[in-house]
Design a protein around this ligand. Structure first.
Ligand SMILES: C[S@@+](CC[C@H](N)C(=O)[O-])C[C@H]1O[C@@H](n2cnc3c(N)ncnc32)[C@H](O)[C@@H]1O
Length: 255
């Protein structure tokens, strides 16, 4: 607990939502959970890195990875070797990630809200803008990495605490994910790789499997491949395991 408190106090953050809405808290909790679930998480992270490496375009100058967070699912060396510049985006960068990128002069950590909605949300506005950031950045390769279905989670908790109507929260969450998909499709002439949960199943002995749609009804692009990840092993979930079917979609945008 004490190391986590130090981490909370000592991690620099730029976006006010990082602390106010709980992104920093969640990033630290995610790191702690990784320590407890390493055996189940490492194969998932390795598969993400392999998929991204296999998807690297032959040529290209700039790469963008959205939701890079812990960097555990990012093939950093391969990206740094292939591109002139690699921009990694997340709302929170913990110190281990900051230290790791120092070895790569062409890799930049960007602290940015990919929804471009959180500042307005904290001011009480429920409109979801269409993100524009980076569209003129000349990115040849764009990866959305275990991020898309996470986008509505903390905003939904924030709105629930403020007693906002559940239907309004649902539409807001769906709009965030749809705007993210539309944004990915708007990077001109870019190869895009979307890695995201497609289905979540809660499994417990003697009980039927409970499936949950992590897209809240939004239709993601068809998946080219998938794997199952035991994101919450039974001992972590007090007798209930949570399995995520992680899917990969790849496409190339028009110039
Ligand atoms: C499930 S974690 C995935 C992190 C990393 N790819 C991994 O799997 O370890 C989701 C990441 O998305 C980031 N994130 C969530 N909402 C975001 C937003 N609106 N803008 C930027 N990053 C966001 C979180 O900070 C977190 O690092």
């Amino acid at each position: 607990m004490l190391p986590e408190l130090f981490q909370y106090a000592l991690t620099p953050t730029r976006h006010p939502a990082a602390r106010r809405m709980g992104y920093l808290y969640e990033a630290i909790a995610l790191s702690a959970r990784y320590g407890r679930c390493r055996n189940q998480w490492d194969p998932h992270y390795a598969r993400c890195r392999e998929v991204i490496e296999a998807a690297l375009p032959e040529t290209g100058r700039r790469a963008l990875v959205l939701g890079a967070g812990t960097l555990r699912d990012v093939p950093l060396t391969a990206l740094s070797a292939r591109f002139e510049r690699v921009d990694l985006v997340d709302l929170v960068w913990l110190w281990p990630a900051r230290w790791r990128v120092r070895r790569h002069a062409n890799v930049r950590l960007v602290e940015h809200d990919v929804t471009e909605a959180l500042t307005a949300l904290m001011a009480g506005e429920l409109g979801v803008p269409q993100p524009r950031w980076g569209l003129d950045g000349g990115y040849d390769f764009v990866v959305s990495l275990n991020l898309a279905t996470q986008l509505p989670l903390l905003p939904a908790q924030w709105l629930l605490r403020r007693k906002v109507d559940e239907q309004a929260i649902d539409s807001y969450g769906r709009a965030l994910m749809q705007a993210h998909l539309d944004w990915l499709h708007a990077f001109p002439d870019a190869s895009v790789c979307l890695i995201a949960d497609r289905l979540i199943e809660t499994r417990a002995p003697g009980r039927p499997v409970e499936p949950v749609d992590p897209w809240w009804g939004v239709t993601p692009p068809p998946e080219d491949e998938h794997w199952w990840w035991e994101a919450v092993p039974r001992r972590e979930g007090r007798g209930e395991a949570r399995w995520h079917r992680v899917g990969v979609s790849q496409w190339h945008n028009l110039a």
